[in-house]
Design a protein around this ligand. Structure first.
Ligand code: SAH
Length: 229
């Protein structure tokens, strides 16, 4: 079983972009996941293949048309397609590691990238789109957001990362930030690797790391600790 990502976008040439590099790109070559892009304009209305129009009620910018988006979504999703249809949107639920894990265990995702002022509300309701945000700021389009989402998800697919273990202690797994990491040289500009880490005492190392994680999370992201209790 592989994770099948289907992107609907006005800029398919942006893909795979960074998703073609390193472990994520190798996963694509090894067919641990797949990526298909669909040009939204192919489903545009009329001779000029219009995909957008001015906002009802006035205001700046252009809105992607619901009927055009519906045609594109319906063309790419199979009958009883098990994949969730996601809309990248600053109004969406913030992306979390938990949601990334759930998606990674599933059959894939149909991802719609917005542009301009956004999309007609009726398509969100008609196709039950799950709106996902990658943070509290506004991008020019959903493509980079879709790449962020896919990169977070694909690295969780078994076989994509070298070692499965390397994920267990990571930031946000267990709602904690990762402890500080060190490697050679032993001394760097007068700073030394904390002695415990070179002591060879594995249980002490484990305890120290956990304590560091808790301290760091308390200082930087107390909201994560609150989520735990
Ligand atoms: N007028 C909209 C913003 C449109 S930005 C608003 O105020 O909510 C254009 C497109 O970029 C959006 O449709 C969305 O697909 C994408 N986008 C922008 N910011 C994003 C974010 N933080 N997370 C996910 N997608 C985002």
């Amino acid at each position: 079983m592989s994770f099948d990502a289907q992107i609907i976008t006005l800029f398919p040439e942006l893909f795979p972009g960074p998703l073609g590099a390193s472990v994520i790109g190798r996963g694509l070559e090894k067919e641990l996941w797949s990526l298909t892009t669909t040009q939204l304009r192919d489903f545009g209305a009329g001779k000029h293949k219009n995909v957008d129009d001015t906002p009802a009620g006035g205001g700046p910018g252009m809105i992607l048309r619901a009927d055009v988006l519906a045609k594109a979504i319906d063309a790419v999703s199979g009958q009883n397609d098990p994949r969730p249809a996601l809309l990248m949107s600053p109004r969406g639920k913030p992306l979390t590691q938990t949601r990334a894990c759930q998606l990674a265990k599933g059959p894939g995702a149909i991802i719609i990238c917005g542009r301009f002022e956004g999309v007609d509300q009726r398509i969100i309701e008609a196709r039950q789109l799950e709106e996902i945000s990658i943070g509290d700021y506004v991008l020019a389009g959903g493509e980079v957001a879709a790449m962020v989402l896919l990169e977070a998800v694909v690295r969780l697919i078994p076989g994509v990362l070298g070692s499965e273990e390397s994920r267990e202690d990571e930031s946000f797994e267990n709602d904690l930030l990762e402890y500080p990491q060190y490697t050679r040289p032993q001394e760097f500009e007068g700073q030394f690797i904390p002695g415990i880490l070179t002591s060879g005492n594995h249980s002490k190392v484990k305890k120290w790391r956990r304590q560091q994680s808790i301290n760091l999370t308390r200082r930087r992201r107390p909201d994560l600790l609150k989520r735990q209790s």
